[in-house]
Design a protein around this ligand. Structure first.
Ligand code: NAD
Length: 474
């Protein structure tokens, strides 16, 4: 497997290294079982032709199912010129561990198509997406109980809609067809809250950490998010939403880094306005009241409290890790830190909140979407009015007994029954808080040095348990 530019390890080796570190803390080591957990169970590499204009282009694409210990497999699809087998295998493996940590009953998978969506028309992206889906169907690599893709880097609701439509046209009459893919638009069976789920999960995870006095004093920071200086790399789906939630909670987004460069304002950037500027001009640069930073990587080295890499892997490496000044790094992207950089940062005392936990909000809400599709009913539909009626009755009793009138504003907030978005956000919040404390408790009780290793130990133990209860097919 090829090594990557910034590390002695291939991307997949990085995960293996983290896995091996974790096995030192696993009491009943069954070597064969650990090898099985580590290995990718199925790799499908394909080439298919697509007519673009008058030319026939051969498209390279992948779907990797890392683990079948729970089915269906689950993981996003990435569109990028950097897509290769090693990357897709690694991202699929991360999905397995991620799902285990947040108690989502899926095996890990990932897909990728080697194209640059920024240089291809939307008609041609649609052609490629539909053809890729039909290739997956032919090989039985997609389906509500088999393998359920979702968005990732370079894809979104639009592509998920095309995948669903192609699946349905070839599996006409399948009443569960909607559950073949998640991250769909709400009008196509998607769930409210999926778009922002990964970024919101990142926010919940970091907020939880920042509320702990012991952890904050270990890096010389005050408790809470208010006033914390944050740098965001990548203003895409994950980075934009994470930045928005941090901003709303009173943190200060001092810098945003994108492909073309970065912008900086010590007093804080208004993320919604930056996003609008990006949409209007095609670049974040020259945003009013901010300084441009030409070399986008340099933004990662600015003085700050929290650094959120939310773009791509291997962006913090042996050559820049020593210059990183953040006290906390929240891995919103998958694999943004190489193993060499990880060691350097750990020695510097930086708290790293690892990707296999921190960006699990997306798959958590994808799980909720899958459940919604299989149950064929919107969350809250059955109980919303019932709850409102119950609450109204209760309020009446309280008013009678206390002989006090409750204000209209108070009534509004107490009476309201749960909407789909309320249930999704609360399910996600609960999942992220629980996940955080499970990792932190294990780190403490097993005297593990860092959160990444503790997260791997937690995940591996759960998968071992699952295999042991399941048995191995003779
Ligand atoms: P996206 O395509 O919506 O956004 C990525 C952003 O990063 C884009 O705005 C892009 O221009 C920017 N970018 C690319 N190269 C850059 C560079 N060198 N420097 C700075 N910015 C750069 O993708 P996304 O869905 O937000 O995914 C981002 C990361 O989060 C990926 O690692 C992905 O695997 C991970 N992730 C995504 C989800 C999800 O639900 N979308 C879930 C889990 C993990």
């Amino acid at each position: 497997m090829s090594k990557n530019k910034t590390s002695a390890y291939s991307f997949f080796n990085c995960i293996e290294k983290n896995f091996d570190k974790a096995t030192r803390f696993i009491s009943s080591i069954k070597k064969g079982l650990l090898e099985q957990i580590k290995a990718c169970n199925a790799v499908y590499r394909m080439h298919f032709p697509v007519k673009i204009g008058k030319e026939i282009k051969v498209i390279e694409a992948y779907r990797v199912q890392h683990s079948h210990h729970k089915l269906p497999c689950k993981g996003g699809i990435r569109y990028s010129m950097k897509v290769n087998q090693d990357e897709v295998m690694t991202l699929a493996a991360l999905m397995t561990y991620k799902c285990a940590i947040v108690d989502v009953p899926f095996g890990g998978a990932k897909g990728g198509i080697k194209i640059d969506p920024q240089t291809i028309s939307s008609e041609n992206i649609e052609k490629i997406t539909r053809r890729y889906t039909s290739e997956l169907i032919k090989k039985n690599f997609i389906g509500p109980g088999i393998d359920v893709p979702a968005p990732d880097y370079g894809t979104g609701e639009r592509e998920m809609s095309w995948i669903f439509d192609t699946f349905l046209s070839l599996r006409s009459g399948d009443v569960d067809a909607l559950a073949c893919v998640t991250g769909k638009p709400v009008s196509q069976g998607g769930v409210r809250g999926r778009k922002e789920a990964t970024g919101l999960g990142v926010f919940y995870g970091i907020r939880e950490l920042c509320h702990l006095k012991e952890d904050m004093s270990s890096v010389g920071l005050d408790v809470g998010l208010v006033g914390k200086k944050i740098i965001i790399q990548g203003l895409g789906n994950v980075g934009y939403h994470a930045a928005t939630f941090f901003h709303k909670a009173g943190a200060i987004i001092i810098a945003v880094a994108e492909r073309e460069g970065a912008i900086y304002n010590e007093k804080g950037l208004n993320v919604s306005k930056v996003f609008l500027h990006l949409k209007n001009t095609g670049s974040i640069l020259n945003f009013p009241e901010s300084k441009n930073i030409k070399n986008t990587e340099k933004a990662l080295e600015l003085e700050c409290d929290i650094l959120i890499p939310a773009a791509l892997e291997n962006v913090i490496h042996v050559n820049n890790a020593n210059y990183i000044k953040a006290k906390i790094i929240g891995e919103a992207a998958n694999g943004p830190i190489t193993p060499e950089a990880d060691d350097i940062l750990e020695k510097k005392g930086v708290i790293i909140v690892p990707d296999i936990y921190l960006n699990a909000g997306g798959v958590t809400v994808s799980y909720f979407e899958w459940l919604k599709n299989l149950s064929h009913v919107r969350y809250g539909r059955m109980e919303k009015k019932f709850r409102e009626n119950m609450n109204a009755g209760l309020l009446q009793v309280i008013e009678t007994v206390s002989n006090k009138k409750i204000t209209i504003e108070e009534k509004k907030s107490i009476l309201r029954g749960p909407r789909e978005i309320d249930l999704i956000h609360s399910g996600l919040e609960d999942t992220m808080i629980n996940g955080f404390h499970k990792i932190r408790d294990l780190k403490k009780s097993s005297k593990i040095d860092n959160m990444r290793t503790a997260a791997f130990v937690l995940a591996i133990n759960k998968i071992i348990d699952s295999y042991e209860k399941l048995g191995i097919f003779p």
